[in-house]
Design a protein around this ligand. Structure first.
Ligand SMILES: Cc1cc2nc3c(=O)[nH]c(=O)nc-3n(C[C@H](O)[C@H](O)[C@H](O)COP(=O)(O)OP(=O)(O)OC[C@H]3O[C@@H](n4cnc5c(N)ncnc54)[C@H](O)[C@@H]3O)c2cc1C
Length: 385
C-alpha cells in the first residue's frame, strides 16, 4: 500500500500552497491527489486573480497581511513567478453610508498594521480617472499594495517547488472514501488504490462538502457560479489602473493583457455546480460597465472568450480551517467565498502549522474552525465581491 505523512485532496492553489508550506517546514512525504488530468481545472484557473487587504474583519485582514508580501517575494523565495502586480484596489462609494463603511474598515485595517491604504475624496477619484463617471462618487478607499497575481502561475509555482522538495502529485485520481479507526483517519481510498495516511487535508474547493461527507463531516460549503467577461484590446482607459469597484452595484474591473476583465456578481445567481457561461450576462454587465465608465460603451467583447467558475461559499464568507471536530487527522481548508487565491499563502502556513504542531501564530485559528457554526460564533465578512 502507498503511504504518506499527509494526503492533500485537491491540487488547486490551496492544496498546492499547503504542500509547499509543509515542505518548507521539513515535512516532505506528501501526496497531493487531483482528479483532473491537469491542475487548475477547478476554481483556480477561473479566478480573476485579485489580491487585497481591504477587508472588514481582523482575521481576513491578517490573512492578507501574510499573503500579499508573500506574493511580492514569491519569485525570490520559490524561484517561480506569480506575476504580482501591485496596481491597487480602488473602492468607489456612492452614498454616505458606503463611505462610513469604508471609513470603519479603514480604521480596522490601520489598527491591524496595513500600510499604503488611504481614504479618497470623490473629486480626487474623478481627477485620477477622468474616464469614470464620478458625479455620484462621494469618496473611496485605495490601497496601493493590493493588486493582482496570476493564479495559475502561483499554483504551479507552489506545487513545483513542493515537488522539488519531495512532494508527489497524482493526477487523474479521484478520492472516493476514507477509512477510520478509534484514533481517526487511517487511509484514503482512491481510484488508484488505498493510501495509508493519518493526516488528510480537504482542499476540494467548491466540491469540498462532498469530500467531507466521505469522512462523515457535514461542511457548510456551497458552490456559486461567477462569470467574467474579458474585453478585446482597448486603450481608452489606462492599463496601469487598479481594480476599480463600483459600490453602487458591485461592478468591478481591472486591466488584463491589452484589454480589461469585467466582473459583476449577479444577485439572481443561486447555489449550483453549473459552470456554463450565460450569454445574457454580457449585456447585463456591459450596461453596468458603460454606466460607470462611459467609454466602455465602445468596449469590444467576444462572448466566446467569457467564462464561468465556482465560488465556494460559507454562511459567514470566511474560510473553514483546521481539524474537523470528531475526526482526528481530517483537516479542512475550505469555503474561501471568492478569496481563495489571495488567501492561499496564509492558508498554507496556517494549515502547515496546525498539521505539524497543532497551533499557529498567524491567526486565532479557533475563529475559523468548523465548530463556529454549531456554536453560533459566525464572523461576517461584508467586503465580499
Ligand atoms: C470567476 C471567479 C473569480 C474569482 N476571483 C478571485 C479573485 O479575484 N481573488 C481571489 O482570491 N479568489 C478569486 N476567486 C476564488 C478562487 O478562485 C478560489 O477561492 C480558489 O481558486 C480556491 O482554490 P482551491 O484550491 O480551494 O479550489 P480549486 O482550484 O477548485 O481546487 C480544488 C481541486 O479539487 C479537485 N477535487 C475535487 N474533488 C476531488 C476528489 N474527490 N478527488 C480528487 N480531487 C478532487 C478539483 O478537481 C479541483 O482541482 C474567483 C473564483 C471565480 C470562479
Amino acid at each position: 500500500m502507498h503511504t504518506a505523512d499527509v494526503v492533500i485532496v485537491g491540487g488547486g492553489i490551496v492544496g498546492s500552497s499547503i504542500a509547499y508550506h509543509l515542505t518548507e517546514s521539513g515535512c516532505s512525504k506528501i501526496l497531493v491527489i487531483e482528479r483532473e488530468s491537469a491542475q487548475g481545472k477547478g476554481s483556480t484557473g477561473k479566478s480573476m486573480g485579485g489580491v487585497r487587504a481591504q477587508f472588514s474583519t481582523p482575521v481576513s485582514i491578517q490573512m492578507s497581511l501574510y499573503s500579499i508580501p508573500f506574493y511580492a517575494n514569491f519569485e525570490e523565495h520559490l524561484g517561480y513567478p506569480c506575476d504580482y502586480r501591485p496596481q491597487g484596489y480602488l473602492f468607489c462609494a456612492t452614498t454616505a453610508q458606503q463611505m462610513a463603511y469604508l471609513r470603519t474598515n479603514y480604521a480596522q485595517q490601520l489598527k491591524m498594521g496595513l500600510k499604503n491604504v488611504r481614504l479618497m475624496q470623490g473629486d480626487e477619484i474623478g481627477s485620477m480617472f477622468p474616464q469614470l463617471r464620478a458625479d455620484d462618487i462621494v469618496g473611496g478607499s485605495f490601497c496601493s499594495t493590493d493588486g493582482f497575481v496570476d493564479p495559475y502561475s502561483a499554483m504551479t509555482g507552489f506545487m513545483t517547488c513542493a515537488a522539488d522538495r519531495g512532494a508527489t502529485l497524482w493526477k487523474n485520481t479521484v478520492v472516493t472514501g476514507f477509512t477510520r479507526d478509534a484514533n481517526g483517519i487511517v487511509s484514503v481510498e482512491t481510484t488508484r488504490g488505498p493510501v495509508a495516511a493519518r493526516k488528510v487535508v480537504n482542499c476540494a474547493g467548491a466540491w469540498a462538502a462532498g469530500v467531507a461527507r466521505l469522512a462523515g463531516v457535514d461542511l457548510p460549503v456551497e458552490p456559486l457560479r461567477r462569470m467574467l467577461v474579458p474585453s478585446e484590446p482597448f486603450d481608452e482607459f489606462p492599463h496601469t489602473a487598479p481594480m476599480i469597484v463600483d459600490m453602487s452595484n458591485g461592478f468591478h474591473f481591472r486591466p488584463e493583457a491589452r484589454g480589461f476583465l469585467l466582473a459583476w456578481n449577479d444577485p439572481e445567481e443561486t447555489s449550483s455546480f453549473k459552470t456554463d457561461f450565460d450569454p445574457a450576462f454580457v449585456e447585463k454587465i456591459l450596461t453596468r460597465a458603460a454606466d460607470r465608465v462611459p467609454c466602455f460603451a465602445n468596449l469590444p467583447v467576444n462572448p466566446k472568450r467569457a467564462w464561468a467558475g465556482l465560488y465556494e461559499m460559507t454562511p459567514d464568507h470566511h474560510p473553514i480551517l483546521g481539524e474537523a471536530p470528531g475526526v482526528r487527522g481530517f483537516f479542512l481548508a475550505n469555503g474561501f467565498s471568492g478569496h481563495g487565491v489571495m488567501h492561499a499563502p496564509a492558508t498554507g502556513k496556517i494549515l502547515s502549522d496546525l498539521i505539524l504542531t497543532g497551533k499557529t501564530e498567524l491567526i486565532d485559528a479557533s475563529l475559523l474552525s468548523l465548530a463556529r457554526f454549531a456554536e453560533g460564533r459566525l464572523i461576517h465578512e461584508t467586503a465580499v465581491l
